[in-house]
Ligand binder design. Structure first.
Ligand SMILES: NC(=O)c1ccc[n+]([C@@H]2O[C@H](COP(=O)([O-])OP(=O)(O)OC[C@H]3O[C@@H](n4cnc5c(N)ncnc54)[C@H](O)[C@@H]3O)[C@@H](O)[C@H]2O)c1
Length: 270
């Protein structure tokens, strides 16, 4: 503050933000869309899976004209400009973007071909770069971008080379864009989910005891996360309540990255 009256609390009230959520037809993306719609926002829901997006639209028909859907692959370089134009035309001036679309699960480096490497980097990092760059061009009146990173981009984990590298890139890009563009009024933050129950992970939660041991038993809160857990953090970072926050990577992971949790410590002690 430089002696003016402090009006920062006013910015916490942002009536009906307008913007884009990628990968919205499923899992975490759908959870985020539900939260933004519940808060009165207008949402352009983007997904490359046309059938899943149609079913998504049917599930959320009650949102009426505040929900619009667009089938698009975010790795297509021509799509960022088209999607922002569509958002403006159907819903109004965009002031938030959630880069959620991503491809999970991967293998260690020796089991990863060049083709697979490029695919993971393009979907998980290249698309985030291109959509974010477009957001800066479009959000002339300010706005917020929230990226979906991963705890596997924050610490080393086994068997996820191209995915982890891409998500570490998302973390670096988020901080870098925050440094370059926050003064233009566009804030950049990321949420870094731990192990979340979604269609991408249901099978592994049921059948991969090793993974559940590593991700759930070794987290202080001792459960998988839900799309709603992630959506709360994404909405907060996009909203005016976070108007003094930029360049932050927020783990929403049950405490997994903050600790080296030993699940049977009490038993060991006796
Ligand atoms: N589920 C987890 O445990 C977890 C953990 C950490 C990070 N994340 C991240 O959260 C995000 C969502 O994960 P999820 O588990 O909900 O995945 P999901 O597979 O259930 O949903 C991803 C959605 O993105 C869409 N999508 C994928 N590539 C796309 C593209 N090129 N263009 C447009 N749409 C595309 C898919 O069709 C799908 O609907 C991803 O970025 C993922 O890496 C998930």
């Amino acid at each position: 503050m430089t002696g003016q009256q402090d009006n920062s609390h006013d910015r916490a009230i942002v009536p009906g933000m307008i913007g884009i959520i990628t990968g919205a037809a499923s899992g975490i993306g759908e959870g985020i869309a539900i939260k933004f719609l519940q808060m009165g926002c207008s949402v352009l829901a983007v997904d490359m899976n046309a059938e899943a997006l149609e079913r998504f639209q049917e599930r959320h028909i009650n949102a009426g004209s505040r929900l619009s859907c667009a089938t698009a692959d975010v790795t297509d370089e021509t799509n960022p400009a088209k999607l922002f134009a569509l958002c403006r035309e159907r819903l109004g001036e965009p002031n938030f973007l959630v880069n959620n679309a991503g491809l999970g699960s991967a293998k260690a480096a020796l089991e990863t071909s060049d083709e697979t490497w490029h695919r993971y980097i393009d979907i998980n990092l290249g698309s985030v770069f291109r959509m974010s760059r477009q957001a800066v061009l479009e959000m002339k009146n300010g706005g917020a971008v929230v990226n979906l990173a991963s705890v596997w981009g924050m610490v080393g984990f086994r068997g996820t080379a191209p995915y982890s590298a891409a998500k570490a890139g998302v973390i670096g890009l988020t901080r870098q864009m925050a440094a370059d563009y926050s003064r233009q009024g566009v804030r950049f933050n990321a949420v870094s989910p731990g192990f979340i129950a979604t269609p991408a992970t249901f099978e592994r939660i049921k059948s991969n005891r090793w993974l559940v041991g590593a991700m759930v038993d070794q987290a202080p809160l001792g459960r998988t996360g839900t799309p709603a857990d992630i959506a709360e953090a994404v909405y907060f970072l996009a909203s005016g309540a976070a108007s003094f926050i930029t360049g932050v990577i927020l783990p929403v992971d049950g405490g997994w990255t903050a600790t080296h949790y030993a699940p049977d410590l009490e038993e060991q002690a006796v």
